[in-house]
Unconditional design. Structure first.
Length: 400
């Protein structure tokens, strides 16, 4: 009897059955027409966009934002907007334009050919019709399933932030819930060579994996099957472990650099000392928190600040060079040649059919050549995401 009552409770209405039947029939018709015109056979690749689209439609039909103060709604909207921008960038919806690429210098007829807005219709349904824009400051590719899916994730994060009984931290998995969120970053790191057979196998299944993660994210953000606050302490603990990991790497590099500089008189002593100070600072912060000498909130803020400084410094040191242009870093032994790590990069990329000189690819080039940097920066980025999301959720709950 209980089972029958449960089934009856969740039995869909006739209107819903008709709606979903018609929707799936229309999608099947579009896909059949495409396969016939393109003379192609049906593959799972053709079905993945409809999973994204149908789950997104289901979310917008079911999820309703709970009532909340106007201030909380504004904060949640800003956080969801930033979340969408991050997903959009790593998802390939937009990126820096040709002016930011050193080898994309177009003029005259070339510029007229490269720049502009195009509509791609000869794509499988769901992947197309796609809007592609190419310009000096912006490159953008808008595919229907990706746009709708990422907007859905941002909307669900907004709803979850408004619901104090939920926990927005599970939305973190959404950061990797699309083909472009994690796998293109892997491609940027390994596109120039060195990819293992395992990596190649994983990348070949990117659409399947990302679709599965997207569906799992929708499940967690819709049902949130955990008690209030049960996830955040664990995420803080994981972030602490990640911090200790990067601190240990910095301590090791710093100590080795100091010894080498003192023995051989080579440059790099100042940078090694900075590595040591960073590692010691992180360990002192963790010890202070564990011994209850520092409260939870100041610890999260300080840890986030240290990670931001480390990430920005690495990005600036290897790619941008802003600090070196503003400060006399060479007088303290911090001179640095940005071309040291890029010799042969262009030829190597071209030999593999890849040429991507975007900022993301530049960072990937440096990380690919430095295992310690790849491990430390990955740990710092994940720790920052964990700390930031937990802090936002705490702030939203206090503001209710």
């Amino acid at each position: 009897m209980d089972l029958l009552r449960t089934i009856d409770k969740h039995r869909p209405s006739s209107r819903r059955v008709v709606f979903w039947t018609v929707l799936v029939a229309v999608e099947a018709a579009f896909l059949s027409i495409y396969l016939a015109v393109a003379d192609a056979r049906l593959l799972p690749f053709h079905v993945y966009p409809f999973v994204w689209i149908n789950l997104s439609i289901w979310v917008f039909l079911r999820a309703r934002p709970p009532s909340a103060p106007r201030r909380t709604k504004r904060v949640a909207a800003v956080v969801a907007g930033v979340y969408l921008l991050v997903l959009g960038y790593f998802g390939g919806l937009y990126r820096e334009g040709h002016d930011f690429h050193s080898h994309h210098d177009f003029s005259g007829a070339e510029a007229e050919f490269v720049y502009g807005l195009d509509l791609l219709v000869a794509l499988p349904p769901g992947y197309g019709p796609a809007i592609v824009y190419s310009g000096p400051t912006l490159l953008s590719t808008l595919t229907p399933y990706m746009v709708l899916g990422l907007v859905t994730l941002a909307y669900l994060l907004y709803v979850t932030l408004l619901d104090a009984s939920g926990d927005a931290s599970v939305g973190l998995v959404g950061l990797f819930a699309c083909v472009g969120c994690s796998f293109p970053f892997v491609a940027a790191l390994f596109a120039s060579g060195g990819a293992t057979p395992l990596l190649a196998a994983v990348y070949s299944q990117a659409y399947a994996l990302s679709t599965g993660v997207f569906a799992l994210t929708i499940f967690f953000l819709m049902w949130r099957p955990f008690a209030r606050g049960s996830v955040r302490p664990k995420l803080v603990a994981v972030a602490g472990v990640l911090l200790l990991t990067t601190a240990t790497i910095h301590l090791g590099l710093g100590a080795a650099g100091v010894v080498d500089a003192l023995r051989s008189g080579a440059n790099g002593l100042a940078l090694s000392v900075l590595f040591l100070l960073f590692g010691i600072g992180v360990y002192a912060l963790v010890v202070a928190f564990r011994t209850e000498r520092l409260a939870y909130r100041p610890t999260v803020v300080t840890a986030s600040g240290l990670v931001v400084v480390s990430l920005v410094a690495y990005f600036d040191w290897h790619v941008v060079g802003f600090t070196e242009s503003m400060l006399p870093t060479d007088t303290v032994g911090l001179e640095h040649d940005h071309d040291d790590h890029s010799h042969g990069h262009d030829d190597h990329s071209h030999s593999h059919g890849v040429h991507d000189d975007s900022l993301l690819a530049d960072v990937g080039e440096h990380l690919r050549n430095d295992v310690a940097a790849f491990a430390s920066k990955s740990a710092e980025f994940l720790a920052l995401v964990l700390f930031g999301t937990v802090a936002v959720q705490d702030w939203v709950e206090r503001s209710r």
